[in-house]
Design a protein around this ligand. Structure first.
Ligand code: NAD
Ligand code: LMR
Length: 325
């Protein structure tokens, strides 16, 4: 049996974590041979509810769970942690944009960035889920100067998975047959789900769909999917967000087997001409615990316009929270 690794999950009594924690415990994220010590963080008023989650975890008698820590102190939750999934933050309600959460949630990520910097494993892999995820990840990164900036990422996998699902439904082919999907930019209504390079059953997706459907139906559907779920459910996406978080971390830790995925990353070197001081989603493959950007793709004028719009929004968010950096 492998040595246990430590997985910190914040917002551990919230709705997304209620799906994530049990899947991590079952081995869906790091493998069926990898024991885990779960380090669960909440705020004091939610510790009673977190205690209930811990009781349920115990009742599952998961063979891979080698320990559980439940705490309201980030310094304890992040102690020696190898993986950190930062979910704890306020979700938006109907009629709000994710950026409306910027001020409400920014402080959480400056405190947690510092705690990660001081206590986590030097190789900790961090995924920020709490919205606005990209800018919260930037705040985390700037408050953790001793950690490798490559190891602090934002979740765009839900948008990536939503894109694949929409194409699969449109073409009537399995999700597994769709490759080389890319979602660029911010996890917001400006994100750019780009089918320029995508294939379905080996053939270009753009040859199989008309441009009108792509521009007027597909892009807005993916951009607005979070809002549509809030409208339908009266609460923001939870199980699908948890599933995307598991996918993101699993591929990063164990490899994406050559498949392209979308991750919000801090990418040095101005690739694609994007301001490098942002957490911007790009096409990525993962191998041996490292992510690698797919570079050198041709960018047409429509794509450039869409990529710049989402970059500008991220730069504006960075400006709004400049004092947290
Ligand atoms: P929720 O309200 O059900 O749970 C959030 C939990 O975080 C609560 O239990 C709360 O007590 C806790 N919390 C608040 N401040 C905390 C802190 N400082 N430390 C630790 N825990 C803290 O919300 P949810 O539905 O689970 O959503 C969580 C976040 O994830 C929201 O910001 C939501 O918008 C975001 N989200 C992101 C994506 C994405 O794709 N990136 C998808 C879905 C939801
Ligand atoms: C989502 O995309 O479902 C989440 O970010 C929740 C939201 O506010 O849309």
């Amino acid at each position: 049996m492998k040595k246990p690794v430590r997985v910190a999950i914040t917002g551990a009594a919230g709705q997304i974590s209620y799906s994530i924690i049990f899947r991590v415990a079952a081995g869906d994220m790091l493998g069926k041979d990898q024991p885990v010590i779960l380090q669960l963080l909440e705020i004091p008023p939610a510790m009673g509810a977190l205690n209930g989650v811990v009781m349920e975890l115990n009742d599952c008698a998961f063979p891979l769970v080698a320990g559980i820590v439940a705490t309201d102190d980030p310094n304890v939750a992040f102690k020696d942690t190898d993986y950190a999934v930062l979910v704890g933050a306020r979700p938006r309600g109907p009629g709000m944009e994710r950026s409306d959460l910027l001020m409400a949630n920014a402080k959480i990520f400056s405190v947690q960035g510092k705690a990660l910097n001081d206590h986590a494993s030097r190789d900790v892999k961090v995924l920020v889920v709490g919205n606005p995820a990209n800018t919260n990840a930037l705040i985390t990164l700037k408050n953790a100067p001793d950690l490798n900036p490559r190891n602090i990422t934002a979740m765009m996998r839900l948008d990536h998975n939503r894109s694949i699902s929409q194409i699969s439904e449109k073409l009537g082919c399995p999700t597994t047959s769709i490759e080389k999907m890319v979602v660029w930019g911010n996890h917001s209504a400006t994100q750019y789900p780009d089918i320029s390079y995508a294939t379905a059953e080996g053939a270009p997706v753009k040859d199989k769909v008309d441009n009108d459907w792509y521009v007027k139906t597909f892009i807005p559907t993916v951009q607005q999917r979070g809002a549509a779920i809030i409208k339908a459910r009266g609460a923001s996406s939870a199980a699908s967000a948890a599933s995307a978080a598991i996918d993101h971390m699993r591929d990063w830790a164990l490899g994406s087997n050559g498949q392209w995925v979308s991750m919000g990353v801090y990418s040095k070197g101005n690739s694609y001409g994007i301001d490098e001081d942002l957490i911007y989603s790009r096409p990525i493959t993962c191998e041996n615990g490292e992510w690698k950007e797919i570079t050198g793709l041709e960018v047409n004028s429509f794509s450039r316009e869409m990529m710049t719009a989402t970059e500008k929004e991220l730069a504006g968010e960075r400006e709004a929270i400049a004092e947290m950096l």
